[in-house]
Structure formats: C-alpha cells, structure tokens
Design a protein around this ligand. Structure first.
Ligand SMILES: *[C@@H]1O[C@H](CO)[C@@H](O)[C@H](O)[C@H]1NC(C)=O
Ligand SMILES: *[C@@H]1O[C@H](CO)[C@@H](O)[C@H](O)[C@H]1NC(C)=O
Length: 396
C-alpha cells in the first residue's frame, strides 16, 4: 500500500496506467511473501477462564486445552481437581464454550465426573474431525496406578459443537491395556496426504515406560489403533537425570503432510530444551533419525503449545531453563528450522502448561488472531487458567 501511494503521486499521464499494472504485480508478490514477515504479535485481550479455589467443588484447575470447532466456536477444557492440586485424585473435566471468537464464554460445565477415585481422570487431547463436524476428547483414568489398576484410555465425543457429550468409551479395548495419556494439547485430523482425513493423537507413557506414542483412527474415531512410537532409554526401567525420556507432546501437520511433534524433554537429555520428532508416513512411524534438539526453545520441563497457521509455526512455553516463568510466544517462518529473534512475552510471572488454537474459516479477521490458553499465577503457576487473544499484526 505504501509503495503504490508514493509511486502514483510522482507519476503523470498515461505512464500511471502501465506503472500501476507493474506495481500491482510487484505488490501482489510482496503481499503474499511478506504477510508472514510482518508478524508482530500483540497481546490484544486476556481473560481468566478459571480461578483455582474460587469455584464450588474444585480446588485447582490445571492442564488447559483449547480448540476451534468446525462451526467456528472455541472450546476450552481443564482438569477440575476436586480436593488438591495433585496430579492424582478425583477430578472433573471442566469446559467453557465461546461462540463469538473468545469475547464471551459460557458458564463452566463439568462434562465428565470421575466420582471420588484415588487416581481419577487426567487430560488429555482434543481432536476436531472437520469431515463429520465432531469434537473428540481423549483422557485417561488411573494413569498413575495409585491404588488402582489398570490405566484406561477413555474418549467422549460431541456431535453438536460441544453442547452435549457422549457417555465415556473405553479405548483400551481397541488399543490394549497400556498407560497412555494424550498431549496434553490437541490432536489433528490430517489435511494433506499421506493419510488425509486420519485422526492423529500423540501422548506419552508412565515415567518408566515413557516415550511419545501415537494413536490413530481412519474412521472418525470409531476404531483406534497404535501408530509410531519413540521410546525412552532405558525403556521400562527407572530413569536417572539426563536419561533420554520423551514425555508430553504437541503435534502439528506441515503443508508437506509431515507430522512434527514438539516434545517435553523429561530428564534434560542433551540440553535444557525441547526435543522434536517427526513422521513422514501419517504417524505410522517416528524414526529416530528424524529426532533433533531445538536449542532455541529452552524449557524448564513442561507441556508446551504449538500451532501451524498459514505457513507459520507458533510455539508457547515458559521460556526459562529452570523455572516455570516467562510464558513466551515464538514463531518460525521456516517450519521450525529457525525461530524469529523477536519473541513476545505473554506473562513474565509463574506460568505453566499452554495450548494454542485459531479459527481458520478464511475470513480476514480469522487470519489475524491466534488464541493461547495457559496456566498463569502470581506466586504459583496453577492459580488460574487464562485465555489470551493475540493479534498477529501488532493490532493493525
Ligand atoms: C477398559 O478396558 C480394559 C481392557 O478390557 C479393561 O482392562 C479396563 O478395566 C477397562 N476400564 C474401564 C474403566 O472400564
Ligand atoms: C524470557 O524469554 C526470553 C525469550 O526466550 C529470554 O530472552 C529471557 O531471558 C527470558 N527471561 C527469563 C526471566 O527467563
């Protein structure tokens, strides 16, 4: 726009016509390649969706997930831990829903209640199947085997945009009995080949039997089977500091159809930073040759957020080697090969798990925003769950 304004003021007569044709060619090229370069994220609006200890029968809200839906709504989920902040214990799955792009949210509904289990439910992965318009939520019960066994992988599904949910289904019947916990974050439906339409969910095992494992469905979540895995070393044995121990994960699909998984480096193997592993065959395998360590993404051992939008890869985590503080948004124009130097701090203080989504229904408005949900506090990172709307172009 600036270029064309300057050019036209200086030119006269018939040359303007030919010049403007030339300029529009130059401009359309500039716009298409430079919109990614002009990314200048701005924390545009923020609101707390859950406050620990402030609402009824819940002691602590943790493990936030966020997704878009096929109808253009946003759904936020969290574990409502009933009596303490501990990972074990009885919980609800809490949900709030927004039909106006995050401006207002429904009251909390508890869509799953595990009663009073000693080692109740844990989140989990949310997956949108755009072909049938469903939202699938995968969670575990008895993941820590604390006074219970075995661990089960469970699923609930909504066919009406998150309004109502099916009764829980036990996926261990199809997957086999194994400790598996999704994400935490979102799973994907593949948009590109190989395996367009497949649902792909990443998750991890117990600390001894840890690793990143994929579960797959080629029929919209009716049947699930085990895909590729990246096992810890030594597998099924007690871990020591600096052992190789891939843990919580967030995957994204690249435009070439590959799946890239950003992974928590549980025992700080090789660096205090993120591991990255990828699959070229739609999630059937995770070859160790594809593994690398992303030294730019320093990490205090936590679940992080990632999103691929319009050819740009976004990443959120508390960017600090030792503490869960400094929630930071990074972006890459090179599919994660390099990250732009200019990172944006979302919250300087205590901050933990995060998850990113966006609406992508082709409107100019939707291209401008991404949404981040994260654990945020002043003293402890699990005091609240916050929803942040990020304008990608500095509010312009
Ligand atoms: C889920 O199915 C597995 C395999 O049959 C079984 O061992 C487990 O007890 C089931 N879990 C629940 C909660 O029903
Ligand atoms: C916050 O993150 C930025 C970007 O990674 C980094 O430069 C800065 O040192 C971090 N600050 C703290 C206190 O961790």
């Amino acid at each position: 726009e600036k270029v064309s304004g300057r050019g036209c003021n200086m030119e006269k007569g018939s040359r303007i016509a030919s010049l403007s044709i030339l300029l529009s060619v130059v401009l359309s090229f500039r716009v298409s390649v430079s919109s990614a370069q002009e990314i200048d994220p701005l924390l545009y609006e923020e609101q707390l969706l859950w406050v620990s200890g402030a609402q009824g029968a819940v002691n602590t809200y943790r493990i936030p997930l966020l997704t878009y839906t096929a109808k253009g709504s946003l759904l936020a989920f969290a574990e409502g831990r009933k009596s303490s902040s501990s990972d074990v214990g009885a919980k609800f799955i809490a949900m709030r829903r927004s039909t106006d792009k995050g401006a207002t949210w429904s009251p909390t509904s508890f869509i799953v209640d595990d009663g009073w289990q000693t080692d109740g439910l844990n989140l989990g992965s949310v997956v949108v199947d755009e072909e049938v318009g469903s939202v699938i939520l995968i969670y575990s019960i008895c993941f820590h085997l604390y006074h219970c066994s075995p661990s089960s992988t469970m699923m609930v599904e909504s066919r009406d945009d998150g309004f109502t949910w099916s009764p829980p289904r036990n996926l261990s019947l199809q997957l086999g009995v194994k400790n598996f916990i999704g994400g935490p974050g979102f799973g994907i439906q593949k948009r590109y080949n190989p395996a367009k339409g497949r649902l792909v969910v990443c998750g991890h095992g117990t600390i001894e039997g840890d690793g990143v494992f994929l579960i797959l469905s080629d029929d919209h979540g009716q049947n699930w089977y085990n895909g590729g895995g990246l096992k810890s070393v030594p597998y099924n044995q007690k871990k020591r500091a600096q052992d190789f121990n891939p843990d919580e994960c967030q995957l994204v699909e690249m435009k070439d159809g590959s799946i890239v998984i950003n992974v928590r480096n549980q025992n700080n193997y090789h660096c205090r930073c993120r591991m990255v592993i990828s699959s070229q065959d739609g999630g059937l395998s995770l070859p160790i040759d594809n593994l690398f360590f992303d030294y730019t993404l320093v990490d205090p051992v936590v679940a992080a957020g990632a999103l691929q939008k319009d050819g740009v890869l976004y990443f959120t985590n508390p960017s600090n080697e030792y503490q869960r503080v400094n929630l930071t948004l990074r972006w890459s124009l090179t599919d994660g090969k390099y990250w732009e130097n200019k990172a944006v701090q979302i919250w300087a203080g205590p901050s933990g798990y995060s998850c990113i989504t966006s609406l992508d229904r082709g409107s100019p408005e939707d291209r401008k925003y991404i949404f981040v949900i994260y654990e945020k506090g002043h003293k402890d990172y699990y005091e609240t769950v916050s929803f942040a709307k990020i304008h990608l172009y500095g509010g312009r």
